[in-house]
Design a protein around this ligand. Structure first.
Ligand code: ZN
Length: 145
């Protein structure tokens, strides 16, 4: 596979530029982080009610990879239980490390399956997921916001 071409494919660009995954959610769980090496920022909002994600959005600036990853994250966690989120996070980690992972669980995220070979881009890709890890910890604790 021509991995660099895949990295900037239409799919990735569409996610990065799509406003429907963006915005703030009042009263939601919120965490943010920054990738200093690239200037990427992701501010993530997750509303978790009755055992699942009822809404999710993000605000962010930065490179295409970091923003597309955040948009895909927002899309894939909607409607998911915390157990399903854990499974997605575990598979994202495996993919990033270049280990075998379950493609069925990751959907469109598999366009990033070559990310493990590009350490600089890995940081960009993983930014949103490191933010989700913190939100997941809040969900585990039962935090409301
Ligand atoms: Zn970046």
């Amino acid at each position: 596979m021509d991995w660099m071409r895949e990295l900037y494919s239409e799919v990735v660009l569409d996610y990065a530029r799509n406003d429907k995954y963006k915005g703030r959610i009042e009263g939601a769980l919120q965490e943010r982080d920054r990738n200093e090496s690239c200037g990427d920022e992701v501010n993530l909002f997750v509303k978790y009610e009755n055992g699942k994600v009822v809404d999710a959005r993000y605000e962010g600036v930065g490179c295409i990879v970091s923003q597309a990853s955040a948009a895909m994250l927002v899309k894939i966690i909607k409607g998911k239980t915390k157990e399903e989120i854990k499974e997605i996070m575990d598979n994202v980690k495996k993919m990033m490390r270049g280990e075998p992972f379950n493609e069925d669980v990751l959907g469109d995220l598999v366009v990033f399956s070559g990310i493990s070979g590009i350490p600089q881009r890995s940081k960009c890709f993983y930014l949103a997921w490191s933010v989700l890890e913190r939100i997941y910890a809040k969900i585990e604790r039962g935090d409301r916001s």
